[in-house]
Structures are given as C-alpha cells and as structure tokens.
Ligand binder design. Structure first.
Ligand code: NDP
Length: 448
C-alpha cells in the first residue's frame, strides 16, 4: 500500500530539486492541487508514482548559440530544448525567443504542454524550447543568422518522429522558415520537422490563425453551456501578437466588439470597437512594420493609448489574456469582476496568477484555463504533421472544421472530468484531470 501524496510535501520536494525555477513551481502547483486528491483515490497512479515521474523531464538539452550581428560583432546566447514527455507521441511544443527565457520558464511551458497535447486527442508528447535571444530591433539578416546558428545544434535532437518544434513568443512564420531551411540543409532531407511552416513548403492552412480561432471556439462552447452568445459582447484582449490578432479577428467575425489590444509598452482602448478594417491596420503595424501598438492612435485618434498598463481596468464582458505568463493578478481579477466581466479565457500560457485563478473560481466567473482554451494551436500543428505524413493539403474549411471539432471535444472532456463550481463547469479541474489520465495510463502501460 503506497503512502498517499501530500500537496505541501510534494511541492517542497519539487522546489528543492528544481531550485530558482518559480514559474515551473507555479505550473506544478496548479496541476498538483487538482491531481493529488484524484491520484490518492486511484491506487494505480499512486503506486506507479505517475506524478513524480511527470514532473521530471525525459531530457534537457542546453547549448551555446554563437552568431554575428550586422556590425560584425560576435554575440552569444543560450539555447534550450526540453523534451518533457513522449508517452503518447513525439515531443511537440513551441520555441520561444525572448530575453526572459531560462530553464525554469521552458520547463513550466513544457510541463503544461504535456497535458494540453493530451487534451487535443492527437498523438503528441510535450516539449518546449527557445533562447534568451531578443528579436526586437534586430535586422532580418540578424534574425536569419541567429536562426541558423540555433539550428546548428538543435538539428541533432529533432526529426519528424522524435521532436517537432513550432513557434511561440518571438518565433513566427519568418523564423520557422529560416529554421526549416537550415535543418533541410544540414540533414539533406525535406521532412515535417517543424510546424507553422509557410504554405508553399508543407505548412497547413489555418495554422497561423489556429490558437486565436480555437480560443474563440472554446469561448463559444463555454457561453453555449450557459445559454449565452458572444454576439454583442465586449471583449478586452491583451497582446498584439499571433494569438491576439487572430483571436480579435474571430471575435469580430462572430459579432463581438473588441475594445483593447496591448504590448509590453501599454494598451490601446478603442471605445467604438476595433472592427475588421481597423484590425487590418493593426496587422500592418505589427506584422509588416514590426512597430509598437501605440501606433494605432496615429491612425485612429479617437482611441487612447495607456502607457505602462494592462487592459484589465477596462469594462468588458469577456477578457482574453493572450500575451504572457502572470500578466493578470488578483487586483486585475477583482477589477474585471467589479466591472461585470463574466468570462475569462486564456490564449496565453498561465497568464493568470494562482490568486487570480482562485478568485475567478470562487466568484462565479467562467474560467477557461490556457491548457484547454489555447490548445487549438498545437492541435492544428498536429494536423500539419498529419498532412506532411500523408503528403496532402487539406482545404481551409477542412482544417477549420477539424479545429472546431477538437475544441468542442476538449470542452466535453473538461465537462466530463470537471464537475461544477458555483454553477459553472470547473474547467480548471476538468482540463487537468482529463489531460493527465491519458498520459498516466500510457506511462504505466510502457513500464519504467
Ligand atoms: P507573439 O510573440 O506573437 O506575441 C506576444 C505578445 O505579447 C506581443 O504583443 C508582446 O508584446 C506581448 N508580450 C510579451 N511579453 C510581454 C510582457 N512581459 N508584458 C506585456 N506584454 C508582453 O507571441 P504569441 O502570440 O505566439 O504568444 C502569446 C502567448 O500565447 C504566449 O503565452 C504563448 O506561450 C501562448 N501560446 C501561443 C501559441 C501559438 O500558437 N503561437 C499556442 C498556445 C499558446 P511585445 O511585442 O512588446 O513584447
């Protein structure tokens, strides 16, 4: 008979064995507080030490990236790939290029990815990687040289059946193109080793849109459950990157009114709503000019730019934190609630602090956590892998339909395992348990 797990002891041990990794501790705590009571009631998970095994990455690769800037100066960055768990398929998860990247951040993201990928119902394990390289202000050639230098090492550890990276913060279509081109050169083969590729060389339709679109499909399911509709609802969105732009596009298409977008310098508030025309301007600002979101008010002077702040003080029905981890804290959650917000769904990974999450749950705000709500991106990456293997391209409608079905399926799994809290589905509990069960059963079946 195994000893039952105790949350406090478990977390203390994780902290001791993984020092100075606060984001990883936070992600493990979030999962463990839900899973430990469940595991204690299911002896097969307890006896096989499944949770203890899941917090340990299968492999951590760290390497040096040396490249030359436009002034001919040598630059040195750190590169990483965390191969977290491959029980149900090849490692799958994005690459992040941002100065804040370190081992702890990537371990948190890789750990989350294991559960998220399991929820998609597709055969994908979990991984994550990246570098502390800062793409901001770099020339196109510098980005290319960095990507090549990064791939010089990464290519030894990845292929289409082992580990298939994608994009994340700071890694979009351009970077994936350079990374893919160099992998092809180094290996002399054309394979589906990365997802998020250009359409002309193995990419899938809808992949760039998928996280944002999938988020809104999930929000629609959440609202439908409460006999509500998104039409006419006001929406605050943070970020103005890949996830945010396509989430905004889908909101507008579905008849909601988008009030805000942001970046790390502040947020813009357009009381009349950012409509489809205005969103085209935002796409130009961010994806063609690589400029700041504050540029928006040059085009639309009736809007305001609020420097150095986050958009959660704006009155809205729905909040979509889509920028980065821990961008929404308890005081933000309280403001949203006081202003009548009914639903929060996370396009970003772990954007709400633990205190904010518990505030949502305790105050009847519908809360769709990132693991479930933003899984559409990796799900469509899975669809890109399938198309690459089949050497086929599905139409836009086909991919979109599959994405929608996957998000509905994730919603059903949350419902099945989550039960209810304050008359809402407990997505927090449901997503964590549903994601866990499939991986845990595979882990046990494969021995140790
Ligand atoms: P992008 O790099 O395209 O955009 C990130 C956005 O967030 C930018 O507007 C950026 O502003 C802002 N941001 C980044 N850091 C901060 C910060 N510390 N404070 C305020 N704003 C910040 O990334 P993505 O849109 O791809 O990713 C956003 C989030 O979604 C991340 O949490 C990512 O892990 C998650 N995610 C992404 C998926 C995808 O398919 N891309 C899939 C699932 C989750 P600035 O330009 O000023 O830095």
């Amino acid at each position: 008979m195994s000893t039952k797990l105790n949350l406090q002891d478990f977390i203390e041990k994780v902290k001791r064995e993984n020092p100075n990794e606060p984001q990883f501790h936070q992600a493990v705590h979030e999962v463990a507080e839900i899973l430990i009571p469940y595991i204690n009631e299911h002896p097969q998970y307890l006896e096989n030490k499944v949770l203890e095994r899941l917090v340990e990455p299968e492999r951590v690769i760290q390497f040096k990236v040396t490249w030359e800037d436009d002034n001919g100066e040598i630059q040195i960055n750190k590169g990483y790939r965390i191969q977290m768990n491959s029980c149900i398929g090849p490692y799958k998860g994005g690459l992040r290029f941002h100065p804040s990247v370190n081992l702890g951040i990537l371990k948190f993201l890789a750990f989350e990815q294991v559960f998220k990928n399991s929820l998609t119902t597709l055969p994908m394990g979990g991984g994550k990687g990246g570098s502390n390289f800062d793409p901001k202000g770099k020339s196109d050639r510098e980005i290319m040289r960095f990507c090549k230098a990064f791939m010089e090492e990464l290519y030894k550890h990845i292929d289409e059946n082992t580990d298939v990276p994608a994009g994340d913060i700071g890694v979009g279509g351009r970077e994936i193109g350079y990374l893919f081109g160099h992998y092809k050169k180094l290996r002399s083969k054309f394979t589906g080793v990365l997802t998020g590729k250009g359409l002309g060389f193995g990419g899938s339709l809808i992949r760039p849109e998928a996280t944002g679109y999938g988020l809104l499909y999930f929000v629609e399911c959440m609202l439908k459950e409460k006999n509500e509709s998104i039409v006419g609802k006001t929406v605050s969105i943070s970020g103005s990157g890949n996830v945010s732009l396509y989430a905004a596009e889908k909101c507008i298409e579905l008849g909601a009114k988008v009030l805000t977008l942001s970046d790390s310098s502040g947020y813009i508030y357009d009381p009349e709503g950012i409509d489809a025309e205005k969103l085209k301007t935002v796409f130009k600002i961010k994806l063609e000019d690589y400029a700041r979101i504050s540029e928006y008010i040059q085009y639309y002077p009736h809007a305001t730019f609020v420097a150095g702040k986050r958009p959660w003080e704006v009155k809205c029905d729905i909040a979509l934190p889509n920028a980065c981890e821990n961008e929404l804290d308890l005081s933000d959650a309280q403001k949203l609630h006081a202003n009548g917000c009914i639903l929060v769904a996370e396009g970003a990974n772990m954007p709400s602090t633990p205190e904010a999450v518990h505030f949502f749950l305790d105050n009847g705000i519908l809360y769709g956590l990132g693991k479930a709500a933003n899984a559409g991106g990796v799900a469509t990456s899975g669809l890109e892998m399938s198309q690459n293997s089949l050497r086929l391209n599905w139409t836009r409608e086909e991919v979109d339909q599959r994405l929608k079905r996957i998000m509905q399926d994730i919603h059903e799994q949350c419902k099945q395992y989550g039960g209810s809290i304050h008359n809402n589905i407990n997505y927090y509990k449901g997503a964590n348990i549903a994601g866990f069960v499939k991986v845990a059963d595979a882990l046990i079946a494969q021995g140790f």
